[in-house]
Design a protein around this ligand. Structure first.
Ligand code: GDP
Ligand code: IMO
Ligand code: MG
Length: 425
């Protein structure tokens, strides 16, 4: 029987999910995304060519894979169309194998505006969002006023909803942020053009997925963002606005949870975070710069520098607990080559008192001091190693320690950005 696999970010995003999806999708029939939107940036490098996916599941690179954009996603249609065009230009066909849920919500220009103004305004707490309108689109979804893909093809519904939304935005946000009024005609005109373009891709993905399940096709569920950015389990309020841990993959697609065979947590060999919010193991000095430079830690979506720090077992244990990972992939192990010693955070302390649990209170998390266990580093370049046993002994010890502390097997180790730089264990 073919296997159904989920891929989930274990930290604060950008763990290398795109690369692992690309590797696994080679033997998969259907890749789906179920949450988030164009805030995601998933990098795949094939034969030196770089693809950064924001909305379309990364597995589409493999020509036999079907790609599904699930109901839980929020779609900036201009972005979606750009991505489709970019893929087509690069020889990747989308016709007949990309499916967009008719229940997915649409990110509109005022969502991006509200997001960006919120970040700029002194009246609001800065989250450090990607500015892609994600929070405001999900706000409208939950408030039951959002516009869905299906609405594009029902003129009266679309007009009513859009008019009401624009009136509300202009009235409320116009006052609050001093906004320039949004025009119904401008937005409606844009939407009409987008609706025509995407029409061949729109599907009832719930019954489509059901049909694929009945045909016993294999699925790869591609998580975006990550567990510590999950709106319920993450470092709230410094999170994204969707469920980016395991549950979101089911509510956002309709995939039958009982058919999942494996869930892989993706962790970097160290930690990074983009945007605001506490980061207990953050290194702002020389080591932080070393990781940022060697790891190329600049956002795939916004280009912002990522904050860097050491591996954090406290948050990683929490992430394993939330998701129940069957196994783990450790990426970017190559980036650690050259460090004299590699500290790993084993617990937190507040005022000299040890705490093992990942705090729910953000102010507490901001106060914790990491307790480190130090590992000996290695100097060798490991990017061409294909066999776990050929890794320097220090690197093996590092991986084995993480594995034993997380009580979860490390089954994949990425040692470079290219498709080939991977160790399967
Ligand atoms: P995602 O959002 O989880 O898919 O990750 P991103 O694509 O945003 O960021 C990961 C970055 O690290 C990308 O630039 C990848 O090309 C790169 N990358 C992935 N795995 C490895 C690895 O094992 N080693 C190195 N050096 N780079 C990697
Ligand atoms: P991938 O899928 C890293 C972060 C933002 C910000 C917070 C909220 O590539 O791993 P949002 O725009 O979602 O409202 O921003 O979440 N964030 C990400 N960080 N990787 C991502 O996606 C992210 N998507 C959102 O930086 O801190
Ligand atoms: Mg990314």
């Amino acid at each position: 029987m073919k296997k159904n696999i989920a891929i989930i970010g274990g930290q604060w995003g950008d763990e290398g999910k795109g690369k692992i999806v690309d590797y696994i999708a080679e033997n998969i029939d259907v890749v789906l995304r179920a949450q988030g939107g164009a805030n995601a940036g998933h990098t795949v490098i094939v034969n030196g060519k770089k693809f950064i996916f924001h909305l379309i599941p990364s597995g589409i690179i493999h020509k036999n894979v079907k790609a599904v954009i699930g109901n839980g996603m929020v779609l900036d249609l201009a972005e979606l169309i750009n991505e489709i065009k970019f893929l087509n230009k690069n020889g990747i066909e989308t016709a007949g194998r990309l499916f967009v849920s008719n229940r997915a919500h649409i990110t509109l220009p005022f969502h991006k505006y509200i997001d960006q103004q919120g970040e700029r305004s002194s009246k609001e707490k800065k989250i450090g969002t990607t500015g892609r309108g994600i929070g405001p689109t999900y706000m409208d979804k939950i408030a039951r006023v959002g516009i869905r893909i299906a609405d594009l093809y029902e003129r009266e519904t679309l007009r009513e909803k859009l008019e009401a939304n624009i009136a509300r935005v202009n009235e409320i946000y116009g006052k609050f942020y001093g906004a320039i009024p949004f025009s119904y005609h401008e937005i409606a005109g844009e939407l009409a053009a987008y609706a025509d373009f995407i029409k061949p891709y729109v599907a009832d993905t719930v019954s489509l997925i059901k049909g694929f399940e009945e045909q016993e096709l294999s699925f790869l569920l591609e998580g975006a963002q990550a567990t510590l950015l999950d709106v319920d389990f993450g470092t709230y309020p410094y999170v994204t606005s969707s469920n980016s841990s395991i549950g979101g993959l089911f509510t956002g697609s309709g995939f039958n949870p009982f058919l999942l065979n494996r869930s892989i947590g993706i962790f970097k060999a160290y930690c990074t975070r983009v945007g605001e919010g506490p980061f207990p193991t953050e290194q702002t000095g020389e080591i932080g710069e070393f990781l940022q430079e060697k790891g190329g830690e600049f956002g795939s979506t916004t280009g912002r520098p990522r904050r860097c720090g050491f591996f954090d077992l406290v948050s990683a244990r929490y992430s394993c607990m939330v998701n129940g990972f069957s196994d783990i992939a450790i990426t970017k192990l190559d980036v650690l080559s050259g460090l004299g010693e590699i500290p790993v955070c084993v617990s937190y302390e507040i005022d000299g008192k040890k705490i093992d649990e990942f705090p729910s209170q953000i102010k507490l998390l901001a106060k914790v001091k990491p307790v480190y266990k130090r590992f000996e580093g290695w100097k060798e370049d490991i990017s061409n190693i294909k066999d776990f046993d050929r890794l320097p002994s220090q690197a093996r010890e590092y991986i084995r320690y993480i594995e034993s502390e997380l009580k979860t097997r490390v089954s994949l180790i990425a040692t470079g950005p290219e498709r080939e730089s991977l160790i399967e264990r």
